[in-house]
Design a protein around this ligand. Structure first.
Ligand code: SF4
Length: 367
C-alpha cells in the first residue's frame, strides 16, 4: 500500500523558512474551503502553524470528518493516520500525505503476513482461535485493522485501551494485542493482570512466537513484540534524575513507555491526556514529560507560567514525523492548487470494508 516519494523539484529545495511559509499560506488561501490540513502534535511548529486541526491520532481520526464538504485532507502526520482518515471519510474526499516516506517504525513491526501466520500458530496451539480476540493499536496499517474487524476484534488508542481490552476479554478468553507490546502490557497491568503470569511476548520471527503450546494456552495476553522507538528511550534513571534536580516535579509519561517507567512515573496517559493534565495544572507547577520532543517544547512555550521539560535530555523527535518538512507541504499544496493531485493515500476497497468496521466500533463504543 505504501508508495515511493518522488524527489522534490529544485524549486522547493533550500528555500528559506519564510519563503516556504509564505508559499504555503498563498496556496492554502487559493484552495480555500476545498482544503483541510490536519497536524499531529508531534509535528514541528513550522507545520503546526498551518494546521486547521491539531490532535493525536485518535482526535485527528475524528476531526477528519469535521468538514465533510472539503475535497482534500492534507494529513501532516504518518502513513497509518492518513489511511485511517481515508477509511473514515466520504468517497469524494482525497487524503494526502505530504511525504510518502513518513511512516511509523512501530506500525512497520507487524505486517499482515506475520499476523496471519501468528493467528494460524495460535490456532494450532489452542486447537481453535475461537476465544482469541485480536486488538490492534490505531498505530497500525489498514490491513491489520481490517484483520481485527473481520475476526471480531477492535482498534484501540492509548486513551481507550483499557476499555477496549476489557471489552475484548468479555468477548473471549485471550487477547492478541499488536503491534505495541508496551501499551498492551501497561493496559493489562492497569486491568489487574500479572505481567509475568498472564502475559507473553509474541516474537513474529520465531515459530509459534517463541513459545510452547502450553505457554500459549496459559497466557491471557499475547503481546506482539513491537515498540515505539521514541517512547522506548525513556528510563527509570531519567525519572530519578528529574526528581533529584526538580524536587516536587510531576512525572508524566505516555503508555507506550516500558512498564517500569510507567510504574516509576506519577501519571501516564495519551497525548491528549498529557495536554489536559498540563493545561489544568496550577501555575508554578513543574512537569517532566516522557513523550515526543516537539510536543513537550510546544507545551513549554504555551505555558510559560509552568516549568516543563522532556525526561530525555538527549532530545527525542519522531524521525518519521519529521519527514513532513515545510518544503513537502508547499509542494503538495501548490500542486493541488494547480489541479495536480499528488501523494493521495488510498486504502483498497476490500480492506476499507473491514477496517471501517473495526474503527467505527472503537469510535462509537468508546468515543
Ligand atoms: S512516535 Fe512512535 S508510534 Fe508515534 S509515529 Fe513515531 S515511531 Fe510511530
Amino acid at each position: 500500500m505504501a508508495a515511493v516519494q518522488v524527489p522534490l523539484p529544485a524549486d522547493y529545495v533550500d528555500r528559506s523558512p519564510e519563503e516556504l511559509a509564505e508559499r504555503i499560506r498563498a496556496a492554502k488561501a487559493k484552495l480555500g474551503d476545498r482544503l483541510v490540513i490536519l497536524g499531529h502534535h508531534y509535528q514541528r511548529d513550522e507545520i503546526i502553524e498551518h494546521a486547521d486541526f491539531r490532535g493525536d491520532s485518535y482526535k485527528l481520526a475524528k476531526d477528519a470528518n469535521l468538514r465533510p464538504e472539503a475535497e482534500f485532507i492534507v494529513f501532516c502526520g504518518v502513513h497509518f493516520m492518513a489511511e485511517s482518515a481515508d477509511i473514515l471519510t466520504p468517497d469524494h474526499v482525497k487524503v494526502i500525505l505530504p511525504n510518502l516516506a513518513a511512516g511509523c517504525s512501530m506500525a512497520d513491526m507487524a505486517s499482515i503476513f506475520q499476523v496471519r501466520r501468528a493467528w494460524k500458530d495460535i490456532g494450532t496451539a489452542l486447537g481453535t482461535t475461537e476465544g482469541v480476540i485480536p486488538v490492534t493499536y490505531i498505530n497500525s496499517a489498514a490491513n491489520l485493522k481490517a484483520f481485527v474487524g473481520e475476526h471480531g476484534g477492535t482498534v484501540c488508542t492509548s486513551t481507550n485501551a483499557p476499555t477496549a481490552v476489557a471489552w475484548a476479554l468479555e468477548q473471549g478468553e485471550k487477547v492478541l494485542f499488536f503491534p505495541d507490546q508496551h501499551l498492551g502490557r501497561n493496559t493489562g497491568v492497569r486491568l489487574g493482570f500479572d505481567p509475568d503470569a498472564d502475559m507473553l511476548v509474541w516474537d513474529p520471527f520465531k515459530p509459534m512466537g517463541g513459545h510452547t503450546p502450553d505457554e500459549i494456552q496459559r497466557a491471557k495476553f499475547l503481546l506482539w513484540k513491537g515498540h515505539c522507538s521514541v517512547h522506548k528511550r525513556f528510563s527509570v534513571a531519567q525519572i530519578e534524575a528529574a526528581r533529584e534536580s526538580h524536587p516536587g516535579v510531576t512525572v508524566l509519561v505516555h503508555p507506550e513507555c516500558e512498564l517500569d517507567v510507567v510504574r516509576a512515573a506519577d501519571l501516564n496517559g495519551s497525548t491528549e491526556f498529557i495536554l489536559k493534565s498540563v493545561e489544568n495544572s496550577a501555575a508554578g507547577s513543574t512537569w517532566a514529560i516522557g513523550t515526543e520532543i516537539n510536543l513537550v517544547s510546544r507545551l513549554a512555550k504555551e505555558h510559560p507560567d509552568k516549568t516543563i521539560f522532556c525526561l530525555d535530555p538527549q532530545i527525542c523527535p519522531c524521525s518519521t514525523m519529521y519527514r513532513i518538512h515545510p518544503s513537502f507541504l508547499a509542494w503538495t499544496l501548490e500542486n493541488l492548487a494547480e489541479g495536480n493531485l499528488v501523494n493521495q493515500v488510498q486504502v483498497p476497497e476490500d480492506v476499507k470494508v473491514w477496517s471501517r468496521v473495526a474503527l467505527q466500533r472503537m469510535l462509537t463504543v468508546w468515543a
